[in-house]
Ligand binder design. Structure first.
Ligand SMILES: Nc1nc2c(ncn2[C@@H]2O[C@H](COP(=O)(O)OP(=O)(O)OP(=O)(O)O)[C@@H](O)[C@H]2O)c(=O)[nH]1
Length: 351
């Protein structure tokens, strides 16, 4: 508030000063003008600084601003243009704070000050505004209006930016920056529908960090987070614009790819190699591996059954010793996902 108060009070002092000069006013009025134009903004700042509740104190300061504006109306003998301008800007400033109802709450103080000033001056009434006063009103009229508009613009931009950030945060996993689960499932559903309408292949890859609990418990949660971020970066890098990745559960990721199985297997293998080559500044010597399950969508398959198939493939990779890529088809040729019951819940629950 400080720059706006300094600007508003200093610029308002100009027309008030010209009116006082024309009225050949007393020294007391000039002292009051000096106080409101120069000293009051400093005093208001000091009050807020030393306050235990600066917010509340600043609201009081704003109400005092309005009372000061009201006081000048009768002291200027109701000189029309500066009186209307100063009183209006006092109300506009309250509205611009965005504090609900503040402008309404400022009115009694302003009206009280008008009555008080009126009593002190015997309600002297000289509304005509001379050309010098009109000219002296121009700086506050122009500069204050532009400054308030620029501030409004800045606030609107900030709200817009924050809304964008909120939107992003609601769509992404805060740790890895990957899609959140709802966002990803919508994408996976679209990939599946494309497959069912013959517009392209669809392959799902489940990725799970091997023995992550041991690394997490042994090296600490912060290192665990580094590993999750590192794996997410590899996933993002390897899938490029072939699909979307999600952190599906704690150390489990899922990729919905618009590629056929050989291409998905190649991508999965590349992920496996790149994760194996990751190193971590906070944990020298730590190396992680991942197991991956790859399942291509077949005709009419639902998203849930597709995920069960990929989960089964991941299960196979884990069973075969981890750090490998597998499909739902076991070595004996059976495809357990074809008969696996479809369950709700997380991948952990599915295993
Ligand atoms: N650092 C960190 N750890 C997490 C987060 N979410 C889950 N975890 C941890 O991830 C670990 C997952 O452990 P498990 O589900 O036992 O999996 P695992 O140790 O990788 O075992 P396998 O999957 O069989 O190889 C648990 O220790 C969780 O505490 C997270 O956001 N950050």
């Amino acid at each position: 508030m400080y720059p706006f108060r300094i600007l508003g009070m200093a610029l308002s002092s100009l027309p008030v000063g010209v009116v006082l000069a024309q009225q050949q006013d007393s020294i007391a009025s000039w002292v009051l003008l000096l106080f409101t134009g120069l000293l009051w903004p400093q005093l208001a700042l000091w009050r807020s600084w030393r306050s235990r509740d600066p917010d509340r104190t600043e609201r009081q300061n704003l109400l005092i601003d309005s009372a000061i504006a009201g006081l000048w109306v009768p002291l200027m003998h109701f000189n029309l243009l500066p009186s209307a301008l100063i009183a209006t800007l006092a109300v506009v400033d309250k509205i611009n704070t965005g504090i609900r109802g503040l402008w309404l709450r400022s009115l009694p103080g302003m009206l009280g000050a008008i009555v008080l000033g009126g009593v002190l001056t015997g309600f002297a009434f000289a509304p005509a505004t001379s050309m010098p006063v009109i000219i002296a009103c121009m700086p506050i009229l122009l500069i204050h209006t532009v400054a308030v508009s620029l501030n409004g613009y800045r606030l609107v931009r900030r709200v817009h930016y924050q809304n964008q950030r909120l939107d992003e945060l609601s769509r992404t996993d805060p740790l890895t920056g990957l899609d959140n689960r709802r966002q990803w499932e919508e994408h996976a559903q679209r990939v599946l529908e494309r497959r069912h309408t013959g517009l392209g292949p669809a392959t799902l890859v489940m990725v799970d960090i091997d023995s992550f609990k041991a690394a997490n418990d042994g090296r600490g949660h912060a290192v665990g987070d580094d590993v999750l971020r590192g794996v997410a970066a590899v996933l993002r890098d390897c899938i490029g614009d072939h699909g979307h990745a999600v952190r599906y559960g704690g150390d489990e990721f899922a990729l919905a790819l618009e590629v056929d199985e050989p291409r998905a297997l190649a991508i999965a293998e590349s992920i496996r190699r790149q994760v194996g080559a990751l190193s971590f500044v906070a944990a020298p010597g730590l190396h992680c591996t991942v197991s991956l399950g790859v399942a291509t969508a077949s005709a009419g398959m639902s998203l849930r059954r597709w995920m069960v198939a990929a989960d089964t493939a991941l299960y196979n990779a884990k069973d075969a010793g981890r750090n490998r890529v597998a499909t739902p088809i076991r070595d004996d040729g059976a495809d357990p996902s074809a008969t696996a019951p479809v369950r709700d819940g997380t991948c952990e629950a599915a295993r």
